[in-house]
Ligand binder design. Sequence first.
Ligand code: ADE
Ligand code: ZN
Length: 339
Amino acid sequence: MSLESQQHFSNWVASLPKAELHLHIDGSLQAHRLLSLARKNSIELPYSSVEEVEAAYQFENLQSFLDLYYLGASVLIDEDDFYHLMMDYLLKCKEQNIVHTEIMVEPQTYAPNGVSFATMMSGFQRAISDASEGWGQSVLLILSFLRHMSEDECIQALADAQPYKGSFVAIGLASAENGNPPKKFKRLYQMAIEQGYRATAHAGEEGPPQYIWDSLNELKVERIDHGVRCVEDEALLAHLIEQQIALTVCPLSNTKLCVFDSMQQHNVLELLEQGIAVTINSDDPAYFDGYLNENFDALHQSLALTKAQALTLIENSFKASFLTQSDKDTYLAALAAHC
Ligand code: ADE
Ligand code: ZN
């Protein structure tokens, strides 16, 4: 593929209004911000330059990434830190034409550092309202639980979120998948859904297809984060197609965390061609060398993603979002008008 055609595709994708449905706010902490916050808050890190931080972004699997990800999040202490973290990502959304985003927030990560729910939320909410007033950015928040913790600890975090319930559209489940099956969180999901939250969960990233079944049947989630291991189970594939259950797939994340050995081996376009409602997302863009547009570019370069396929993937994101039907229709009409 010529450089010129890559550039043409890249400019075209960049110009389209898009949605992102799978983004951990801590995964958007850029190396320069990590270092400046560590200095400001007197937190010792084993790095002293952006180059040293980025050199550490070599992962063997999910856990090797999570170790660094939680270390990174330990530099976030006061309201302003959370404002800047959120604002840095929302400015990226503006730059990349991500008109709607659904962001995972993980309060259990900050609690051990003495950060209250109020500190975190006031920083995040100030950034969101600046972006919404500034350029009409649309944002929904997902209260994401850490599955390496006990269900009781997660239920406590759900109770801590009660004063901010109106700020979250859904709950999610992240962190180490293997050994922490969906069934462990059945009561948590039942309680949250009864309280009015919608639901999603990471499943089938490193974990087996059964974790996708259990997330759907036991946790009653509406969509699946990652889900790429669904290909190992024919009946599951058929179910996902028939029910049009969306998968929030993250191609650069999957290659960085060795879920696939290379982008050429990624199955996202096979899933799309089989009729699964796949969407493209960045997961933890500061750690995986690319935001949303770079994920589309990588698929174009390595798997010859076509414009028609890219459009379907973008439409799928708006359709699978937690927006109201009327907001979905507005965004889909704007996308169609753009094309
Ligand atoms: N937390 C941040 N990124 C994650 C991922 N890819 N899988 C599970 N938990 C995560
Ligand atoms: Zn994720």
